[in-house]
Design a protein around this ligand. Structure first.
Ligand code: KIV
Length: 280
């Protein structure tokens, strides 16, 4: 049965009805196909691709061109999920004009339906201008990996009363600026729940507990495809890196021992044609 593409209105309806929103990252055609066919509501082409796909140390080096290249592949694989493109470091911080132009590229050239960007009150002018251009924006508060050097590492945020209050205020400011949803990353469950209850837009948690309106994980963490480090909030549903390595080793052994290719993987001429080839 053909399913209608998910829209930001569907996500808002889910929040009203108390139905959890499902979100995952995807970075290419096959992962988009799998995530989409599994019926996930939102696919984020996350800048986490810098680390889990491109092998960079953190998310800072990934460029607009690299993000758009992966967005196009995801677009070709997904028919149902709402597609959100993650704005990379320095594509929106420097000026409102640059933010609008780069956000627009995610829709025009990347085939996305929305963008996500990190930060609180300091990026409210950018969010207002992008939304005014007709582009839906998802916010991202708490642990914001593009500010890794300022935060001093990948640490839980909002642990003091003052920090929690500031997060609450930032969430309100992002809602007022026009965000359709906000990712809450690595913050105490009590703080995430308070924020979620205080907003009319849905929150999507990653390391923020069950009180959020939805959940997101990095696909490669869930599948066990990235083992440089695994945050406490990750639940590994598979160990595909080990499976992949085993399959590759089995192939290598088959080639070395001439067990591959077998007759069933090889072509041979039908008898009549063999004769024809000989006669020539
Ligand atoms: O880049 C990413 O994958 C993200 C998620 C962790 C929300 O921002």
């Amino acid at each position: 049965m053909e399913q209608k593409p998910v829209t930001i209105l569907d996500l808002q309806a889910k929040k009203r009805e108390g139905v959890p929103i499902t979100m995952l990252t995807a970075y290419d055609y096959p992962t988009a196909l799998a995530v989409d066919r599994a019926g996930i509501d939102v696919i984020l082409v996350g800048d986490s691709l810098a680390m889990v796909v491109l092998g960079y140390e953190n998310t800072l080096p990934v460029t607009m061109e690299e993000m758009l290249h992966h967005c196009r592949a995801v677009r070709r694989g997904a028919e149902h999920a709402l597609l959100v493109g993650d704005m990379p470091f320095l594509s929106y911080q420097a000026s409102v004009e640059q933010a609008v132009l780069n956000a627009g590229r995610f829709l025009k050239e990347g085939g996305m339906a929305a963008v996500k960007l990190e930060g609180g009150r300091e990026v409210a002018p950018q969010i207002k201008a992008i939304v005014a251009a007709g582009i839906p924006v998802m916010g991202h508060l708490g642990l914001t990996p593009q500010s890794i050097h300022q935060l001093g590492g990948y640490r839980v945020q909002g642990k003091s009363t003052a920090a929690a209050e500031r997060l609450m205020e930032d969430a309100q400011i992002l809602e007022e600026a026009g965000c359709f949803s906000i990712v809450l990353e690595a913050i105490p469950v009590e703080v995430a729940e308070r924020i979620s209850k205080s907003l009319s837009i849905p929150t999507i948690g990653i390391g923020a507990g069950l009180g959020c309106d939805g959940q997101v994980l990095v696909l490669h963490d869930l599948l066990g495809m990235f083992d440089r480090f695994t945050p406490k909030f990750v639940k590994k549903y598979a160990d595909l890196f080990t499976e992949m390595t085993k399959a590759i080793e089995a192939y290598r052994d088959d080639v070395l021992t001439r067990r591959f290719p077998g007759a069933e993987h090889s072509y041979s001429y039908p008898v009549g044609e063999k004769a024809a080839v000989k006669e020539k």
